[in-house]
Structures are given as C-alpha cells and as structure tokens.
Design a protein around this ligand. Structure first.
Ligand code: KIV
Length: 263
C-alpha cells in the first residue's frame, strides 16, 4: 500500500506514478485489484456522476459521500480527494472545516486547484499534517475565467506564470502537483525543475505520472472525448450491448431460464 512518502520515492527512482479517479465503491474495488498506485475522488464527479456541465456543482457534502464509498472499497489504496469549488476560498477556518470533513471521510490527502490568493490556506493545511496535491494549468473550477476548457501556458508569459506557481506549490509543501492541459515541453520543464513529482493529464509524456478519469479510460462517454484521453475499452458499447441482450432475452422469454429460477 502506498503512502505519501512513496510519491517522492517514485520520482527519485524514475518510476512513473499511475492515478485514476473513482467516485463509488464498485469502481474503487476494481481499481484496488489493479496495479494503479492511487485513487483520486475528483470533483469531476459533479460532471461524470451528477450530470453537471462543469465541476462547479461539486460540494463538500457530495465529495464526503463519494470519498466514504471509495475508501470502503479501495483496499488501502492511497486516496486523494478534491476540495470543491470555493471550499478553500472563504478563509482559513472554513477551508479547515472542509478539510476536516474530507479527511474524516477517509482520504489521506486533499487536492486543490490554483495557488495565487490562497497560499495561506495551503500552508495551513500542510502545517496541520494533511498532505496537499496542487493542481495548475487548466484548473476546471476556473472554466468561466478561462472562457472554456482550453490548453494553458502556450504563451511565454503564461508558461512563466505556471513555472512560478509550480515552484510556489513546492515551497508551500505540496507532495505532488497535477499539471492539466499544458504543452508537453512546459510540463517536462516543470517536472525537471521540481523535486516533487508531477502528475499529468493532457500534459504529455514528460511528467512523473499520469491521472485519467476512469470513465474516460473505460470509454464510458462517447459524445466528447478530449485529445489526451486514451480509451482502453469501448465501455459504453459493451454496456449498451449487454443491456440490449438482456432486453431481448426478457422480451423473447429467454430470461430467466431454469438455472436462474428457484424450484
Ligand atoms: O476532478 C478530477 O477528476 C481531476 C482530474 C482530472 C485531475 O481533477
């Protein structure tokens, strides 16, 4: 079972880190049977599970429920939970109440987006003994400010800002940083400059690890797939086929058969 200390060790050993999202017990149980290193209870749950268009609909209560379900089934995997929109932007006491609820749900670490303007909150969380994962680049909670889900850090001044933010997160004591939707070259540069491990999503191969939304990896969403997603199975088709076969079996009176019935 991995701990927060393993993240630094993996980087030192040049061993890549694999993380996937999970929001419920059944998917966490499957992840726990795999070799994946850690589970992120992402606020993408608001989109993937609750049908919102953005992650802004996630709340602390929502993340608490998902975290409890994941932790029950994650078999001791390292579980990181997202601090939802604005939960860390209303001052330190309010942020620490949210952190308390999320850690009490069983998560070993919290992830929060951005750094400018809430450096004091990050310092307080780390100082309280809770490992913090940073997240810069395309931070989806700022989608309205970005004017959509766009690659960040293409212009030289934006790239410099992201490098500065990455160093600041390291100085504040984060144990790892997610780099989302940034040019590969920039992600590789940040990765080489930092002591802490970077975890990329849409950030190319030069980071210390990768994170993917499990439902994307399983191909559960055909309607929109970002360029950075690799679908390992066509889950939506497999599940739809299974439902269609069940439906046909019911309609044609092939289900249930004698072996599925009690005498
Ligand atoms: O919420 C989430 O799933 C995330 C990952 C995409 C990094 O933050």
């Amino acid at each position: 079972m991995n701990t927060v200390l393993d993240f630094a060790r993996f980087k030192a050993e040049g061993r890549k880190i694999s993380i996937v999202t999970a929001y419920d017990a059944w998917s966490a149980r499957i992840v726990a049977r795999s070799g994946v290193d850690a589970v992120l209870v992402g606020d993408s749950a608001a989109m993937v599970v609750h049908g919102h268009d953005t992650t802004l609909g996630a709340t602390v209560n929502m993340m608490v429920l998902h975290t409890k379900a994941v932790v029950r089934a994650a078999g001791g995997r390292f579980v990181i939970v997202d601090m939802p929109f604005l939960s860390f932007r209303k001052g330190i006491p309010s942020a620490m109440t949210a952190v308390g609820a999320l850690v009490a749900s069983g998560a070993q670490a919290v992830k929060l987006e951005g750094v400018d303007g809430h450096e004091d909150v990050i310092r307080q969380i780390v100082g309280s003994g809770v490992p913090v994962m940073g997240h810069i680049g395309l931070t989806p909670q700022s989608v309205n400010q970005f004017g959509g889900f766009r690659v960040q850090g293409k212009r030289a001044e934006d790239a410099e800002r992201l490098c500065r933010q990455a160093h600041l997160l390291e100085d504040l004591g984060c144990f790892s940083i997610v780099l989302e939707c940034v040019p590969s070259e920039l992600a590789a540069r940040i990765t080489s400059e930092l002591r802490l491990p970077t975890v990329g999503i849409g950030a190319g191969p030069g980071t210390d690890g990768q994170v993917l939304v499990l439902h994307d990896l399983w191909g559960m969403e055909r309607s929109h797939t970002a360029r950075f997603v690799r679908r390992y199975i066509d889950g939506e088709r497999l599940l739809t086929d299974a439902l269609d076969r069940y439906n046909a079996d019911v309609k044609d009176a092939r289900f249930p058969g004698p072996e599925e019935s009690y005498s």
